[in-house]
Structures are given as C-alpha cells and as structure tokens.
Design a protein around this ligand. Structure first.
Ligand code: SF4
Length: 365
C-alpha cells in the first residue's frame, strides 16, 4: 500500500484549528462567530459570489455507497449532447446564472475526457466562469481543460480516513485514495487557477476530517502560492440508495467548523451549497461563508427539461429561486454577485502576470 504523504501527518500548524473545533474548550461559538464575521468583512467585504451546478452526465463507473449516481443504482443514465447543453446554458442564463460548475461521474466511455473538453468549450462561449467537478485527470488533461476556458476544479476527498474511504468506495477508479489525494496538486500543475477541496460531512469523524482538510489546504497553499483555494462544507443529504450518515454533523458543529476555518484561513473562499436549508444559509452569510450555489438542479438537463421527474444525485434543501435568494442576501446588506473578472485574473496568454487588476463584480439580478 502506498504510504501517506508527509503533509497529512504534519500536526504542528493544525493545533490552533484543533482547539477551535473542540467545543469542550473555552472558546464559545459566539466569540468564534464574531471573529469570523470581522475577518470575512475585512477580507471579502459585503459580497456573496454565486454559482450553479450543471450536471452534464450521470454515467459513472464507481460505486460510492453514499451517492445516488453510483453504478449499481437503477437511475436512468444519460448525458447532455451539444444542442441540449446549449439549451441548458440558455435556461441558466435566463435565471441570471453566469458562473457554473460542470459535473460528471467517474470516467466512462459515455462521458470521457473528450466529451468533457467539448462541453467546457461550449460552456466557455456562454458563461463568465467555468469550473469542473469530475474525475481525476492527468496534468496534460488539466492543461487542455484550462486552455478551453475552465479555471477551477472541485475535487473533494470525501474523507481523509483511509480505512473509511476504502469501505465507502466499493468499486471503480474512485477507490484509489492516493490518486484522489494527489489530484488537486495535478490540477494546479496543469494550469488551473483555483482548486476546491472538501469532505462529505457525515461519512467519518468530522474533527479528524477537518484537520486533514486543513493540512491539505496548507500544503497546497505553501506549494502553489499563487493558487486560489476554496473549501466546501457539504453535509450528506438523502439520496437514492438511502445511505445514512454514521457521523451526523449538527448545525452548531458545522457552524463551529466554518468559523474555525475562516479564522485559521482568512483568505480562503468558504463555500456553502443548497444542501443546507435557506434559514441556515442566510444565517451563515456574512459570518464566514463567501460563496454559495443557487437554483441547484442535481439531474441531467434539470434547467431546461422541467418535465423531468428523475431523481438527482441528492435532494436539494434550499430550493429558492435566484431572485428570492438575492433578495434575502440584500436584506442582510450583502450584495450577491457573479464574478466577471476572470480575464483580468488570467492575465496575458503567457500566464506570467500577477493579479493586480481592479476587481469588477456583476450584480446578480
Ligand atoms: S460520488 Fe461521483 S464517483 Fe461516486 S458514484 Fe457518485 S457520481 Fe460516481
């Protein structure tokens, strides 16, 4: 068995985070919230950047126990062909969405790298920002995706506990723990500007996973100091297959984790998706979270094919419209925005520019 990388067992700089995660120690949730809120305001202002997921395909070759798209589920399988993808993008634009996350399952002959690359190319002509959450790729493949207009990769380790990982990933390429662990670094080597990390909360001991996630962020930050890094806090939601979380994370524990990450990593983007309720998301806005998904559909074609009754990858909790969400943010004096400064960020084609252009944000709706 391949041994774990040194950074994953490096304890020294995670002691402060460990203390903040421990509710039995003296730091109260209220004092963490206050510090987290002040840091968020200072580093990110009163803004919330928005994105929406677009499922390109639900074919998958892996058997993750917690996923509605695992290859043993009876879910009908399909992928968006170019014309359908254009219709999907158009429907999203009508909702005001210009920043999207393209998703597929693990690599299959139905949804392979060439299919993904073609899809990115189509989407990049329509949207301001394209991210991808898909299968692990080679540096060469990431470079090709970056050249086509993808600027960010999301790849969650799901859990950093190797034994739990082995049990949860029943078959398929995702079973390779080390391959997945090394993927964010390969994406950055291949020219991605940002990587999104996370664990699926509920699968394993959340404190252990949070500390290892933090070590991963620190390692990438030290090694790829120009990279943007974001951290997500997805909690397991009901899904086809009915997998129940053996380590449920309650609202207070999740809030503590978010505040602790903000304090320990003041410049890192923290993401909260529509897996959470409207009330919880509204409550966390301004207290640490700086990026949220909106109008999420977890089925393939869910934006343009409104008659589709298929089950998605998981059940969405916050199902407000973009308009309702933006109104809620403004009521909290937070401006919801889609980012449109990617070209300035990317700089000249030689990729050697530093990020010093003024940021211009496009208000949402
Ligand atoms: S989590 Fe991803 S890789 Fe695992 S079964 Fe679901 S779609 Fe496939």
């Amino acid at each position: 068995m391949t041994s774990l990388p040194d950074w994953l067992t490096y304890n020294r700089d995670s002691a402060t985070l460990a203390a903040m995660l421990d509710s039995s120690l003296s730091t109260s949730l209220e004092s963490l919230a206050t510090e987290s809120r002040d840091l968020t305001l200072r580093r990110f202002g009163r803004t919330m950047t928005l994105y929406a997921p677009l499922y390109l395909s639900n074919f998958c070759s892996s058997g993750c126990a917690y996923c509605g798209f695992a290859s043993d589920r009876k879910t009908p399988r399909r992928r968006l062909e170019p014309d359908e993808l254009r219709r999907e993008l158009s429907a999203m634009k009508q909702l005001g969405i210009t920043d999207i996350l393209l998703l597929t399952g693990e690599r299959t002959h139905n949804a392979d790298f060439d299919y993904l690359l073609r899809s990115v190319d189509i989407a990049a002509h329509e949207m301001q920002r394209i991210s991808v959450e898909s299968f692990p790729m080679s540096i060469k493949e990431y470079r090709a995706l970056a050249d086509s207009g993808c600027t960010a990769i999301t790849i969650y380790q799901e859990t950093y506990n190797r034994e739990r990982y082995e049990n949860l990933h029943r078959w398929g390429p995702k079973k390779d723990f080390i391959e997945r662990l090394e993927t964010p670094a390969r994406a950055l080597e291949g020219g991605m500007k940002t990587v999104g990390l996370g664990v699926l909360l509920g699968l394993s001991d959340p404190r252990e996973d949070a500390l290892n996630l933090y070590r991963h962020v620190r390692y990438l930050g030290r090694t790829y100091w120009r990279a943007g890094i974001s951290v997500s806090f997805p909690r397991l939601r009901p899904q086809t297959g009915g997998y129940e979380p053996p380590f449920p994370v309650d609202d207070h524990s999740l809030a503590r984790m978010i505040f602790a990450f903000r304090i320990a990593l003041p410049d890192v983007e923290l993401v909260l998706s529509t897996r959470e309720s409207a009330a919880y998301r509204d409550g966390m806005a301004g207290l640490g979270i700086t990026r949220m998904s909106i109008e999420s559909r977890t089925t393939v074609g869910g934006y343009h094919d409104l008659d589709n009754n298929e089950k998605g990858q998981f059940d969405v909790f916050d199902d407000r419209s973009a308009q309702e969400f933006c109104n809620a943010m403004r009521a909290k004096n937070i401006e919801p925005v889609f980012k449109n400064w990617e070209p300035a960020y990317n700089g000249p084609a030689d990729g050697n520019s530093t990020i010093l252009h003024p940021v211009k944000l496009q208000p949402c709706l």
